[in-house]
Design a protein. Sequence first.
Lengths: 482, 473
Amino acid sequence: MEVALNNNKFLSNIATNDGHGENSPYFDGWKAYDTNPYHPQNNPTGVIQMGLAENQLCFDLIQEWIGRHPQASICTPQGDFGFKEIAIFQDYHGLPQFRAAIANFMSRVRGSRVKFDPDRIVMSGGATGAHETLAFCLANPGEAFLVPTPYYPGFDRDLKWRTGVQLLPVVCESSNNFNVTLEALEKAYDNATESNIKVKGLLLTNPSNPLGTFFDKETLETLVSFINDKNIHLICDEIYAGTVTSHNEFVSIAEILQESPNICKHNLIHIVYSLSKDMGFPGFRVGIIYSYNDTVVNIARKMSSFGLVSTQTQHMVASMLLDNDFVVKFINESRTRLENRHDMFTRELAQVGIGSLESNAGLFFWMDLRRFLKESTFESEMAFWRIIINEIKLNVSPGSSFHCSEPGWFRVCFANMDDETVTVAVSRITSFVLKNKMLEIKTKAKKQCWQKNLHLNLSSRRLEDILSPHSPLNSPMLRAQN
Amino acid sequence: MLSAKITCNSHGQDSSYFIGWEAYEKNPYDEIKNPNGIIQMGLAENQLSFDLLESWLQNNPQPAAFKNHNDQSIFKELALFQDYHGLPAFKNALVRFMSDIRGNTVTFNPNNLVLTAGATSANETLMFCLANPGDAFLIPTPYYPGFDRDLKWRTGAEIVPIQCSSLNGFRITKSALEEAYKQAEKQNLKVKGILVTNPSNPLGTSLSLHELDLLVNFISTKNIHLISDEIYSGTVFNSPSFISIMDVLKNRNLVNTEIAKRVHIVYSLSKDLGLPGFRIGAIYSNDELVVSGATKMSSFGLISSQTQYLLSEILSDNKFTKMYLSENRRRLKERHEMLVQGLQKSGIRCLQSNAGLFCWVDMRHLLSSKTFEGEIELWKKIVYEVGLNISPGSSCHCSEPGWFRVCFANMSEEILVLAMQRVITFVESTVKKNSQSRHQQLLNRNASRRTKSLPKWVFELSFQRELIATDER
């Protein structure tokens, strides 16, 4: 202990504080999984990882492309861009073909409804690096960004840890499907002002992690007007843009600017992107800052020296994403498979009366497990979460780790496993529900039923059953809702 | 509107180091297309041994193609691998490589290694771990210009120079250390440590045992850290052989002590293997808190798993790495000789060096005035008239004007020969110009000197020696 204390004196404050955020419960589940990971043959009773927002559904397509295009990865001396040229290229502008490929991909992910300028593309060490860099560029220590809750736990580290910047919550509630209201924004902004904290910007994740929803055009326009009025920045993390399921069209901030160029000062708008979710490449560390502010592009580019993308990876990504036939096919197929997986889960879970926020994007559900809590408290949430890990043997992420204002919500990932594992996961949930004599409710899993009603979709007779004093589901939350 | 970091210029990009780069970019030498263009000699790159790597890749095509030894694709596993502890096979291979470079006199524990996106990221990360905003690190001058950005920009840390002088070959002295520490105190800066580059950029020399002992004694007395940036450790091509700080700790029985915990090494494959584009950097520390903190911070700049895998395969081929290290050194030594001798023909001397990808060149006698203005004036002539982008000593924070860093490993032999020819031409014309004006001054001062009977070149040489003699007073 004494040694540790001495060390604390020798190290910086940043190195010895909790700003890395790893003491959050978000990571505890990972640890539980790490010590007892599920494997169909070697460890069939292990914990199934449903806390990792990864996209593993389309590797077959990518692997097939790699097989047919060896020059993308081999860096042969005979190629246009031999090994030597790639290995010595450390210009922080990045390989021109890499930027062109990213701009092309970003455009096609948005249905080619917008174009991106390759000269505004700045590399970063994953979206993690992108967020930190933007915080360094836009805010001084002590200044703040507003961020709607619930939000990705990593933001606490990425935006605050080494920058000294603060994150202030814009509280969103289940009563209106966790939509961001102007009221909530104004409230958060005023609270900051009252506490003498200067707000420098608003951070949105669109589509949202952990909600799996995306903003409609009207809401986006409202948000843009808000930041313009306050003269603060808008950071749009669109890392899940390509995960919007079929038959739904995501509206990017880029489209808003294109359609209504006078809606705000473009200098205030910055997009964060990455290939970690849409393509399933988190290991390759391809993070992107796309800013409409020339100064930010310039300085972020200089800062990118601290987290450039390996040119070996730039070269491969450039080859792949300039192949338009592949890109179009990949994007469409990926969305279809995500939709199928998404629907499979919702159907199965609905059959045992487990509801989730209606969603059309992301690699996860925002699951409503409030009725399983003994009390509507975060302690109960954590207690139930431990049951999920230890008894049901699923690693899911408790809402409190996302700064959700209401207990009982959990993020459950569905795209990081194969079909067989999905079946196992679903059967474990089903068994648990039945075992605990929870109601087995068969519902019609039509999408419109979930639209406004976050509770179990039941006929009114069933609702009375739930509210009966003999029912174990007599939670105050349920009562209050009625 | 934007942060203070955006509007300040601690990124250092206004310095002449970078201006020279820009001049080159606008008018780059090309044998056919632009034979009068600027030759790049300001880039410390190692381009001498790519053929060795390329032939390895041709003989071992699997790793770059995401395949394992059984020819199976591991693309998915690599694409998903984002664990900040790094690929174990890569870390094991890297520590083994680091040990080989040091003649296996020390070994490194892969659990004490943190992977970062280049040494740029490693140095910044160490600053974040060891220094609070306003704290200072002492660095011997001259030093790599990039440190101003890497160590200070986003961290808020300060650099206080340890002034080294040409009088003793720019070696670190005890009094220089103490003077720097005092200077920091005067500026109300808390000194958290010392950072040295060993072998040195821009000097090209490796630290002597005496200097290393001084450093260990100093950090021990002052209770501060020592960062040893050993990014050029694989480029030591001549004696004396490289002595790593780890060697010193071991020989002084300081391993596993509190002092050892305050010694940290930075490494990278950008120089030794010539792979700056791949962003392969590392921090090695004996302090588990530093390792733990730096590991978490590495999330902001991890090495692409694709690259980790390729390098784990290359570095695990011990036969190849041993061959590479010795052949690379041999080629560097040869190239170094070429530059030193080429400059000698022009009457220009270099600091005697045994490592690095550059020479620290003494052009003080070519200055029109012994000031930094004179240095920049000379530098501009060299860049724009002679057509060589070299780095002026002032950009490396050298305390004396007239020194330049000239790189020798980033071009073909032919281009180096051409560069030397350009230097000869330039020096001949400069000496002529200077001699015409100084000749008159000298004659006036020393009327009895008989020079007319001697051949011209003798006069020129002795005249130069005279100039040098007056400089070194």
